[in-house]
Design a protein around this ligand. Structure first.
Ligand code: AMP
Length: 965
């Protein structure tokens, strides 16, 4: 038997000497004899023999001892015997048999001494396959038969076997009793125990396997143990636990450097890049230091790093919205899920503390988790400083704890913006000639609403003739209307930034019932009177209507009603009483709080002094005081104060700030912030060649920023020149001289033009500063922001040439002619090519071709960010130097005075100065991305003190000890 032969219950009878008294205490019955014979190998063996062939009716029994069943249900009996051929026995009659019978008897009693014959159940009659003819062992003619029978034994603890001889010549050589099991086995990583087969030859025993060590059930492991001891139909199985793999049916731990993350039938895998496993049985590999794995990263993925900061953050301000654009980080850290998880911003004006953006600020497409590298931030407050921080991140940023190192910021100042349109208008109290209009404040006022303008016209007339009403409140009574007429109304709001757009049109009709009071019981006389009265009224109103129509034809902007009570902006040049305008926008200062110190210049209307101003509750500041000399005319007074009225409407770091006015006592004074370095042209001439190009560009940037602010407010300066730019001790340039109504008469550069004024932009007789003015403004006084851009180009030239006079000593007529013929100022010495190109762009003949101030500002910002682009110049000259300090008054210079530049990382900074190769050296020395790097060009053997203005307040400066080059 090749399969599991287990538990031989009875041992070979031939070995009876050994077991005789042990477990095979064979009982002899009748003729059975214990005889020794020699087996085939001539080894003596013991047998039980019987051979009563000559006598009839033989019934000789041989019974075994009790054999315990031991859980078996079917036992096998293997009998080895020899049998004598009846024919070979001489003289034998028909009584000779060649078979014997095998019986069994089940019993719980292991010592039954007597068992009745009838208690035995016959298993089979056993015949010999081979019989032999003579007993001659020496000749090897004895034939040994082996017969196996099986018996189901299920009812008692054990059984007895019995052999019945009915007259054969037989020798029992051995009886082996056994049962079959399906042996312990491991299949699909489940262990199946040694299992006894079933009772029937066809029965299958269902066995549940148990998972081997370090494995878990995939599906219930099952097999069937067949009757012949063979395992059949394996189902289900187990899988090695994480960290273990199947090695020859056992789960073995993954070795170091390998891992297995899941219960699966695959083997251990090598650790992915940037990770390792030090111990056996790793379920995941640990990341190398500085590398991380996101929760959602599969264990097979390489460990990764957070991205570096986004690059090249560019901002473009458009009124109260900002477009931010940036490039993806240089290092993505080995991942493709770079997002811009946070787009933050802080706002604060002037020196106030930064505040987070209000919740009403709209980020489009969103503020977090952006995939795009462009976002539009709108609904910002008008004219406010905002710092935007763009942070790059990926799946491992949080885990790595990387924060600001991955962010880049930019600071912008929003522009003034006009209010949004009024969305709906209601009409009430409609009568024949009047109605009351009311409306809601615009959704986005963008500032304090100073007034509303109501435009209306008869629907039939379209907009050929319309009337305008201005009011401080959100309602107005419109009178003087024609009966039974449909009118179209539009309303728009105005702030200091100007008018917003008109609302959509709303149509209302005057009352159609001429006599609503007339009813029953009114007498005919009254009726007659009323009718005639109404007729007269109609005639009068028709006459009024015709007159008013004619009037509105010629005066499109007829002011019909101004309601009192609300502060209103008054255009200082169109309003009769300059005092009313001045008090709208300028603070009246008590003369006692002003302390005049010295005369610093001469203005059109009188001296300009410097001094100190101490307002209650505030610290003392230095101011410039302009006073109106005695004996002034009304016009002079109006012109003098109008500058303050204009200046008071502006609030920008590059526009000279008005502190207030003194109008209640003589002399009249205008108090502005004090600009230590006076006017820019004189300042540059005094310090010829002493600034770095980047410093000069910083000044130009400030002027451009101020001009952009003015142009956003639709204010045209008309006299932009270096002489009208003032410079403070920090080298911050501010636009000044807003005496627009003076028509430049106070400007010594302004000259009368020889041509006729064709437009109405300036009063006739106005003078024009020819060298600074665009050709179209000279030719037909077309002063626009584009003509201011032309002047800005001249200012650029003045700045880069350190206050040189434009067109040198050419006379005005020659300048006009040269410009007309296409001549343009050449690049000043050492002027970077890009700057001269920008000048030439500003001097485009077609004003539409000139850049806007916004574009100029962006361009200069880019140049400042990439100083390398400023290196190429047209001419030769020693390197520009920084001011040496120490001679008399110290001059402070800053690279980019009022602008907060994005921080440069170590890498970017080194790149900008061509020293990238020192990156590792600096990193090793602990200079991280949070260190701000700036390069200053200094002249040899000079002492320089550095002051750093923080974003939190211009007045808070950090002073570093001086350095000597
Ligand atoms: P104005 O004619 O009003 O531009 O002033 C005449 C001169 O006074 C200027 O050229 C400056 O030198 C000086 N000045 C005017 N305003 C200031 C100021 N705010 N700070 C310093 N100097 C000023």
């Amino acid at each position: 038997i090749t399969f599991a032969l287990v538990n031989v219950l009875a041992i070979a009878i031939g070995d009876i000497s050994k077991y005789r008294n042990a477990n095979l205490n064979v009982c002899l019955h009748f003729q059975w004899e214990e005889v020794s014979i020699m087996d085939e190998k001539n080894i003596p063996i013991r047998t039980y023999q019987v051979c009563n062939v000559l006598e009839p009716s033989q019934n000789n029994w041989l019974r075994t001892d009790w054999i315990p069943r031991s859980g078996a249900q079917r036992v096998y009996v293997e009998v080895k015997f020899t049998l004598r051929d009846c024919n070979s026995l001489p003289g034998v009659t028909g009584t000779c048999k060649e078979t014997f019978n095998l019986y069994y008897h089940e019993s719980n009693d292991d010592r039954e001494s007597y068992i009745k014959e009838s208690s035995f159940i016959k298993v089979d009659t056993v015949a010999a396959d081979e019989s032999f003819t003579q007993v001659d062992v020496g000749d090897r003619i004895m034939k040994l038969n082996t017969e196996v029978r099986d018996v189901k034994v299920t009812t008692r603890k054990g059984f007895y076997l019995a052999f019945q001889d009915v007259g054969a010549c037989i020798a029992l050589v051995s009886v082996r009793v056994f049962y079959k099991t399906c042996p312990l086995t491991i299949r699909n990583l489940a262990t199946f125990p040694d299992t006894v087969t079933g009772a029937d030859t066809s029965s299958l025993v269902e066995v549940r396997g148990s998972c081997v060590n370090q494995s878990e059930e995939r599906e219930e492991p099952k097999m069937y143990c067949g009757a012949d001891g063979e395992w059949l139909v394996p189902i289900g199985g187990c899988l090695c636990n994480p960290g273990y793999e199947d090695k020859g049916g056992a789960c073995k731990a993954c070795t170091a450097g390998f891992y297995k993350a899941k219960s699966s039938d695959v083997g251990c895998s090598k650790c992915p890049p940037h990770s390792h496993s030090l111990r056996d049985g790793a379920t995941v590999c640990d990341c190398h230091s500085g590398y991380y794995r996101a929760d959602t990263d599969p264990p097979a993925m390489a460990c990764t790093q957070p991205p570096s900061a986004p690059q090249q953050l560019i901002s473009v301000v458009n009124k109260t919205s900002v477009v931010l654009e940036w490039s993806p980080p240089r290092r993505l850290g080995g991942r493709s899920d770079t997002k811009y998880p946070r787009l933050g911003s802080d706002s604060g004006s002037g020196s106030q503390l930064c505040l987070p953006c209000g919740s009403d600020v709209v980020f489009s497409p969103g503020q977090t988790d952006l995939k795009a590298t462009r976002v539009v931030v709108s609904e910002l407050r008008a004219h406010t400083h905002y710092t935007f921080i763009v942070q790059a991140g990926n799946g491992v940023s949080q885990i790595s704890g990387a924060g600001t190192a991955q962010s880049v910021s930019v600071t912008v100042t929003t522009n003034q913006a006009a209010p949004s349109p009024v969305s709906s208008i209601q009409a009430t109290d409609v009568t024949r000639h009047s109605l009351s209009l009311s409306w809601q404040q615009p959704d986005r006022p963008n500032g304090v609403i100073l007034e509303y303008e109501v435009k209306f016209y008869e629907k039939d007339q379209r907009e050929r003739s319309y009337r305008i009403m201005r009011t401080f409140s959100r309602s107005v009574d419109v009178t003087g209307l024609n009966p039974l007429t449909v009118y179209v109304f539009h309303v728009r709001a105005r702030t200091a930034a100007g008018y917003g757009e008109f609302s959509a049109s709303f149509e209302f009709s005057t009352n159609s019932d001429p006599f609503p009071l007339i009813g029953e019981g009114v007498n005919s006389a009254f009726l007659l009177l009323s009718v005639s009265g109404v007729g007269i009224l109609l005639l009068i109103s028709a006459a009024v209507f015709i007159i008013s129509r004619r009037y509105t034809h010629t005066n499109m902007h007829t002011l019909l009603s101004i309601e009192p009570g609300v502060k209103i902006y008054v255009d200082p040049f169109t309003y009769e009483d300059p005092d009313q305008a001045i008090h709208e926008f300028a603070k009246e200062i008590d003369v006692s709080s002003i302390h005049i110190e010295r005369v610093i210049g001469m203005g059109e209307f009188g001296e300009v002094c410097s001094g100190r101003l101490r307002l209650q509750g505030k610290r003392e500041i230095y101011v410039a005081i302009k006073s109106l000399k005695a004996g002034y005319s009304d016009k002079q007074r109006r012109d003098f104060l109008s500058e303050a009225s204009i200046m008071g409407q502006f609030d920008h770091p590059n526009i000279i700030r008005l502190e207030g006015v003194v109008t209640r006592c003589k002399p009249l004074m205008i108090i502005t912030e004090y600009m230590e370095n006076g006017s820019l042209d004189a300042f540059l001439r005094k310090h010829d060649g002493q600034f770095t190009v980047i410093q000069l560009v910083g000044m130009l940037r400030g002027i451009a920023s101020g001009m952009k602010y003015l142009s956003d407010m639709s204010y045209v300066h008309r006299d932009l020149a270096a002489r009208n730019i003032l410079v403070n001790s920090n080298l911050v340039c501010k636009v000044s001289d807003f005496g627009l109504s003076r028509v430049l008469e106070d400007d010594p550069e302004a000259a009368y033009t020889t041509r006729e004024a064709t437009g109405t932009y300036l009063s006739p007789g106005g003078k024009i500063p020819i060298r600074w003015t665009a050709p179209e403004a000279i030719a037909y006084r077309k002063f626009t922001t584009a003509s201011d851009v032309w002047s800005y180009g001249i200012v650029m030239w003045e700045v880069v040439s350190y206050g040189e006079r434009p067109y040198w000593d050419m006379n005005n007529q020659d300048v006009i002619k040269a410009i007309e013929e296409g001549y343009r100022l050449p690049a000043p010495m050492d002027c970077p090519v890009v700057l001269h190109q920008l000048m030439l762009d500003c001097w485009e003949r077609e004003r539409a071709e000139r850049p806007t101030f916004s574009q100029i500002l962006n361009m200069l910002d880019k140049l400042i960010r990439n100083p390398g682009t400023l290196r190429r110049t047209g001419g030769e000259r020693p390197t520009a130097t920084m001011l040496e300090s120490g001679v008399g008054s110290e001059v402070c210079v800053s690279v980019v005075p009022e602008v907060c530049m994005p921080e440069w990382s170590v890498c970017e900074w080194l790149q900008s100065i061509g020293l990238e190769r020192y990156r590792d050296t600096l990193a090793a020395a602990g200079y991280t991305n949070s260190t701000v790097f700036r390069t200053f060009c200094l002249s040899p053997r000079t002492h320089t003190t550095f002051l750093v203005n923080g974003i939190l307040g211009k007045d808070e400066r950090l002073q570093f000890p001086g350095v000597n080059t």
